[in-house]
Design a protein around this ligand. Structure first.
Ligand SMILES: *Cc1c(COP(=O)(O)O)cnc(C)c1O
Length: 388
């Protein structure tokens, strides 16, 4: 079959799934539970902003859902990540190891802490940080000093944390990453913005590190309009709450702030939406996994390799993806699907290819480079017919 005919088949397949003849976006939110009821409740009660019960309820519901000891809401995922890194001890001049194959928010959060990223390659099977590449880079470029700090051999700067990201919802190799981080005394912070509902060996992503963060942006598996969450233990959770709410000491009426804090509180209005969305999350994950199965069957035996969950994992399949044979095939797929009104997108430009990070430290990045020129995301909204 010619490539053009194959892409025509894909366009028909996607139109058939969504039963739509108009433009089909990459990812739209799914509502249909208590969203309207809870949001109207905040308006009727006159508590849409910094007071109201939905923020606390959203945090408690999320802690229960993920199994994290404590969950702290924030105004967006990037802010959650910034505060998480700060609580991991990341400060001016520090280095943080992450993957180059990620959304810019990961690196923005590092930059907000006045720290710098080090890019280490991803694994082909997970699209997430490779523990082998991590260990190799550290062995060649780092040492543990007498105080137990991991330092760059080059200039002695402290490598404070490791920040893997669970790409498109597929869990990274967490056993390996946890082990290497422990050996090299790196604080593990997980960017789980894309992987809410995904399990690694039965445990939720975002709960393996000292801290993990989520995003509820409009394109994520559940949304609060805009929002984020920090998952951590009780003591760092209390610190996260304090920092994200202007560092005000609790008092009936006095304004006393004991450090520089942030106005990163999630408004009650958004938390109301989040509570309703979280009630539907398991149903959404089930439907997304069914959608992924359909794509897998469609792409089976084709020129495109459908990306599936790693072994021992349950992925939320937030964004479905295929790996093309080469860049030309990728370009043809992107061009023809978008021209036909079916939205597809390439994976992100690698962070080390952005002018901002051209001079950043890095290990060899062959797998990231290979994936950058081949991965395409296909429409992944939950089809209404797959919902219970
Ligand atoms: C969405 C996302 C974030 C956070 O984004 P916000 O829009 O700030 O909520 C962080 N990292 C990754 C990888 C993401 O996809």
């Amino acid at each position: 079959m010619s490539e053009t005919a194959a892409i025509g088949d894909l366009v028909r397949f996607v139109r058939d799934i969504y039963r739509r003849t108009d433009f089909i976006p990459l990812h739209e939110p799914t509502f249909g539970g208590n969203e309207r009821r809870y949001v109207v409740e905040t308006i009727d009660a006159g508590v849409v902003s910094s007071v109201g019960a939905f923020v606390g309820r959203f945090e408690e519901d999320m802690a229960r859902y993920t199994g994290a000891p404590r969950a702290v809401a924030a105004v967006n995922g990037t802010a959650a990540l910034q505060v998480a890194l700060q609580l991991a001890g990341v400060g001016a001049g520090d280095l943080v190891i992450t993957q180059p194959l990620t959304f810019i928010a990961t690196c923005n959060a590092i930059a907000y802490c006045q720290a710098e990223p080090i890019f280490v390659d991803v694994d082909r099977g997970t699209l997430g940080l490779s523990p082998a590449a991590l260990d190799e880079w550290l062995t060649d470029n780092a040492l543990l000093d007498n105080d137990g700090f991991c330092r760059a051999k080059l200039d002695g700067r402290i490598i404070r944390a490791c920040l893997p990201m669970h790409t498109f919802g597929h869990p990274a190799d967490l056993d390996g990453i946890v082990e290497v981080c422990a050996r090299w005394r790196l604080v593990l912070v997980e960017d789980a913005a894309e992987s809410l509902g995904s399990l690694y060996k039965g445990k939720h992503t975002g709960t393996f590190g000292r801290l993990g963060t989520l995003s509820f942006n409009g394109n994520k598996i559940i949304t609060t309009g805009g929002g984020g969450m920090i998952l951590t233990d009780e003591s760092l959770g209390a610190r996260a709450k304090h920092l994200t709410t202007t560092a005000k000491r609790p008092h009936a009426y006095e304004y006393f702030h004991d450090e520089v804090g942030y106005n990163y509180r999630l408004p009650n209005l958004n938390a109301a939406l989040g509570c309703a969305q979280l009630e539907k999350l398991d149903e959404l994950v089930t439907a997304k996994r069914q959608l992924a199965e359909r794509y897998a069957a469609f792409f089976d035996g084709s020129a495109y390799e459908f990306v599936t969950e790693p072994a021992d994992c349950r992925s939320n399949y937030w964004l479905n993806a295929v790996i093309c044979e080469d860049r030309d095939q990728r370009d043809a797929l992107l061009q023809q699907t978008n021209a036909a009104g079916v939205m597809t997108r390439p994976i992100w430009t690698l962070m080390n290819h952005l002018p901002l990070y051209q001079a950043a430290r890095r290990g060899p990045l062959p797998t990231s480079e290979w994936l950058e020129s081949r991965v395409v995301n296909v429409p992944s909204t939950v089809p209404p017919e797959l919902l219970a």
